[in-house]
Write a protein that binds this ligand. Structure first.
Ligand SMILES: Nc1ncnc2c1ncn2[C@@H]1O[C@H](COP(=O)(O)OP(=O)(O)O)[C@@H](O)[C@H]1O
Ligand SMILES: [Mg+2]
Length: 251
């Protein structure tokens, strides 16, 4: 199972979800690989020191090196490995321009790795460019985080359209796993209104679990920890654990 976490809006909780959902699945004895496809490298930096990163997803996608283990890093979390990115990944689009297989690079490169993992998570950048398209072509499922705010669904039509195009042209098996409401604020009626709107649009496709806004979730990456070690008793830890159960059930 390969789950792309995508929304071309920034700041909606893609990376926070990638990190903590990966950890939650690893804690349930799934062998998990997280691939950071965002040149901003927030997922990578949440687990690794930038100085310790040599080979990244950029080299993996552009060089002929066959040994994928050169790009895979163990994290301090049992069962959780990472293929990191660096800012150099921003050059990928220019590098691959005109390549007939540009959209298929990731799928081809990870084909030989999949047997070693139960779940692969793909953290994507806030664009619908070549990196996100590579993620959608390689994925079996898409998970869309949506922030509980005004204009929450603005842009999701473009994303759903891109998903449809990828399905028709190159990945018919791709499925929308679910829409995840993030940054939810229990005190506001706005959050409740947005939740109702999302549930009326997506019905069963909206996850039951909602991720509330919490300082602990915001702080944990700065300490190079997931929510499960940084604040195991927090609402964020409980919510991401609950989400992982829904995800594993929908697989
Ligand atoms: N549930 C949450 N509660 C509080 N802060 C959050 C939560 N989810 C994400 N954040 C913070 O919001 C910002 C954007 O989240 P991030 O996961 O990086 O989004 P994206 O990857 O979609 O750009 C980050 O500073 C992150 O720490
Ligand atoms: Mg991000």
């Amino acid at each position: 199972m390969i789950i792309a976490i995508a929304n071309q809006k920034g700041g909606v909780g893609k990376t926070t979800t990638a990190i903590n959902l990966s950890a939650a699945c690893a804690m349930q004895n799934r062998k998990v690989l997280l691939i950071d496809l965002d040149p901003q490298s927030n997922s990578s930096i949440s687990f690794l020191n930038p100085e310790s990163i040599n080979g990244t997803i950029y080299e993996m996608l552009t060089e002929s090196e066959k040994d994928w283990r050169k790009f895979v890093y163990e994290t301090q979390f049992e069962n959780l490995d990472l293929i990191p990115s660096k800012i150099s990944l921003a050059k990928l689009e220019a590098r691959l321009i005109g390549d007939f297989d540009a959209a298929f690079r990731l799928r081809d490169r990870i084909a030989g790795i999949l047997q070693h993992y139960d779940i692969v998570f793909l953290d994507t950048p806030p664009t619908l460019g070549i990196l996100t398209v590579n993620a959608l072509v390689a994925a079996t499922h898409v998970l869309i985080p949506v922030q509980a705010s005004y204009f929450a669904l603005e842009g999701t039509e473009d994303l759903l359209e891109t998903i449809e195009k990828v399905k028709v042209r190159s990945n018919p098996a791709l499925r929308l796993m679910g829409v995840l409401i993030t940054l939810y604020d229990k005190r506001t009626t706005l959050s409740k209104d947005v939740e109702n709107q999302i549930r009326s649009v997506f019905g069963e496709r909206a996850f039951k679990t909602v991720i509330t806004r919490s300082v602990r979730l915001e702080e944990s990456p700065a300490h190079k920890e997931t929510i499960f070690t940084y604040a195991p008793d927090s609402s964020g830890a409980a919510e991401y654990m609950q989400l992982s159960k829904e995800v594993l059930n929908r697989a």
